[in-house]
Design a protein around this ligand. Structure first.
Ligand SMILES: [Zn+2]
Length: 87
């Protein structure tokens, strides 16, 4: 859909989400290696890192939903906009 593809904010949120996803996979890979090598300290650190990244992805998902509702609601999801009272 063009209106979303051309929206700078949508692009920014999508890029950040993608970056966080890549980061998550990277940390997940490192965690596997650390667990395999029984590196307790690294495993703990990576587990913290993964949960921080997950939190960031949740926030970005939320921000994307909020932005879409605020900026693209009439076009994208009229039912959701009507339900939330956004005009
Ligand atoms: Zn947008």
């Amino acid at each position: 859909m063009n209106f979303v593809a051309e929206c700078k904010e949508c692009q920014r949120l999508a890029a950040e989400y993608e970056a966080a996803t890549m980061e998550w996979f990277r940390a997940q890979g490192q965690l596997r290696v650390a667990q395999f090598s029984h590196e307790q300290e690294s495993s703990d650190r990576l587990r913290d890192e993964l949960s921080a990244i997950s939190g960031r992805r949740d926030q970005l998902r939320e921000a994307t939903g909020k932005h879409e509702l605020e900026r693209h609601a009439e076009v994208a999801i009229p039912e959701a906009a009507a339900a939330s009272g956004v005009r």
